[in-house]
Design a protein around this ligand. Structure first.
Ligand code: ADP
Ligand code: MG
Length: 211
């Protein structure tokens, strides 16, 4: 049986997962995690509820450096609800990583509190396109140190009309980054987005039946 400890992920992270009752990778995690740990760009297609969040959070959490204050990873997701869910999962994993601070940037939050947090140093930023652009335009968030970028639920994001916002944000992330795109479906507009902003991405596609 496949386990999480075959890829060299830190034992503390794996123990934290087990503590939350997660011991066996789902099919999408099994395919995506080694590719993402290797630093490759990837387009990952798997249906809703198959565990795509951990597929990107685990490699990111494993790679974040606690001794650097500027955001190293950025996760863009279409809705406030998704941002809240991803942040909750990321915080669970962060229990295994001392000194890692996470900023969630979505509408309806106390902006002052968010700004203080950015000022005090944060390694991982999770947000919705509109609120991320707010911070970027104020200058309260800078992406110059980001080396891992996730476009989560890309089909929903484009369906909701966020293409221009997402592109504006991508343009602020250094080009020598790793880009990861996750989606339940691959319509043409998502393929175009992937082609425009990714570097020889690996295609990972989990068939609907293999849940
Ligand atoms: P998706 O983004 O593919 O729609 P999520 O990442 O939100 O799916 O995961 C759906 C649910 O499955 C979550 O509640 C998550 O905690 C759970 N989950 C993810 N990976 C595993 C795993 N390896 N074992 C058990 N449960 C898991
Ligand atoms: Mg998801």
């Amino acid at each position: 049986m496949t386990t999480f400890d075959q890829w060299g992920i830190s034992p503390e992270l794996i123990r934290t997962l087990q503590h939350h009752g997660i011991s066996t990778p789902t099919p999408v995690q099994e395919e995506a995690i080694p590719v993402l740990l290797a630093g490759e760009d990837a387009i990952v297609q798997a249906q809703t509820g198959t565990g795509k969040t951990l597929a990107f959070l685990l490699p990111i959490m494993d790679k974040l450096k606690a001794d650097r204050p500027d955001p190293q990873a950025l996760i863009i997701t279409p809705t406030r609800e998704l941002a809240i869910q991803i942040t909750a999962e990321a915080r669970k994993l962060a229990a295994a990583r001392e000194g890692i601070s996470i900023l969630a940037a979505y509408g309806g939050q106390d902006v002052e509190r968010q700004l203080r947090k950015l000022h005090n140093g944060t390694q991982l930023v999770i947000g919705t396109p509109g609120r991320l652009l707010d911070h970027l335009r104020r200058g309260s968030l800078t992406l110059g140190a980001v080396r891992m970028l996730v476009l989560d639920e890309a089909d929903q994001m484009l369906h909701m009309g966020f293409l221009a916002e997402v592109e504006a944000i991508i343009h602020m992330v250094p080009k020598n980054r790793q880009t990861m795109l996750f989606s339940a479906t691959m319509p043409d507009n998502v393929k175009r987005l992937a082609r425009s902003y990714m570097d020889r991405p690996r295609d990972i596609r989990i068939a609907e039946t293999s849940r």
